[in-house]
Design a protein around this ligand. Structure first.
Ligand code: AMP
Length: 281
């Protein structure tokens, strides 16, 4: 496995791979890898010749009061895990090279960026779309892999790829969970033992929603109310949002009649956690 930090070195290697006719699978990450990231790599290995993973804690997708500085980083551990899972190349550019003095161009996926997580994380999705566009231009993947865990992110990226005529297939990989149901996340490491226990309410509230829909409930208002009351039983958990939305345009759905995304974000102490499911009726 190669570890590359320079953009021009990465671009040269990509050129060589393309010349050899190799297809490129790309897995963008912020590192501190876990099984969720690895499931993206495993999918990429099945479909493409060469798997490139980026590890870059992207400063422009963090708000001024967010956890950019303390976001967990451990490149040695990541290297070992990535090599074990079959990543061929890790690309880990520096923020200075990605955003040099005079950098002024940003990608904004309008509408999709300002709802759900975008309502409380102003500028977050512009940061995400911009870095992903830059990484796509450097790595020129045939297929890029994203997790369903960050449902809004993958929907926004698909929209960007379509709107900007990027010739890249976007694949969405199911959420990988801990054995007790908590969605894997690099941020789970922030949780104390009691917070970790209370964080299970994310998945429990989604399960409650599934059960209600299975029992015939179609009113989003009723389902959200039930989910919120379950969550509010946890004193360490504060709700950011609980929403039921269209899976493509993320607009609120009041009566469930087809396929919906049920998504939520909460704070457990200072840690912001998200989860979601797609429900079909
Ligand atoms: P991150 O490093 O958190 O930015 O995540 C990098 C990629 O891994 C994104 O496409 C995420 O959606 C995906 N990912 C993160 N956690 C999980 C998970 N538990 N299951 C599946 N994919 C995940």
């Amino acid at each position: 496995m190669k570890l590359i930090d320079g953009i021009s070195r990465m671009a040269t290697l990509v050129k060589m791979l393309k010349k050899e006719g190799k297809s490129i699978g790309f897995v963008p990450t912020m590192g501190y890898l876990h099984e969720g990231h690895m499931s993206l790599v495993k999918a990429a290995k099945k479909h493409t010749d060469v798997v490139i993973m980026s590890i870059f804690v992207n400063p422009i997708q963090f708000g001024p009061k967010e956890d950019f500085k303390k976001y967990p980083r451990d490149i040695k551990r990541d290297e070992a895990l990535a090599a074990e899972t079959g990543v061929d190349i890790i690309f880990c550019p520096t923020a200075e090279e990605m955003y040099p003095e005079g950098f002024t161009t940003y990608v904004n996926v309008e509408g999709l960026s300002s709802v759900l997580c975008g309502a409380s994380r102003i500028g977050h999705f512009m940061g995400v779309a911009t870095v992903v566009a830059k990484l796509f231009n450097i790595i020129k993947p045939d297929v890029a892999y994203f997790g369903q865990k960050d449902a809004q992110q993958v929907i926004a990226i698909k929209q960007m790829v379509c709107d900007l005529n990027m010739d890249i297939e976007i694949k969405t990989i199911p959420t990988v969970r801990e054995s007790d149901g908590l969605a894997m996340s690099s941020r789970n490491i922030y949780l104390s033992e009691p917070q970790r226990r209370q964080a299970l309410v994310l998945k429990q509230s989604l399960d409650r929603a599934i059960n209600l829909v299975s029992a015939g409930e179609r009113s989003s208002e009723n389902i959200i109310k039930e989910m919120r009351s379950l969550i509010l039983r946890m004193p360490m958990v504060e709700i950011d949002y609980v929403s039921i939305v269209d899976t493509k345009n993320l607009k609120d759905i009041s009566d469930i009649s087809d396929e919906v995304l049920i998504a939520l974000a909460v704070f457990v102490g200072k840690t912001r956690l998200i989860d979601n499911i797609i429900v079909k009726v």
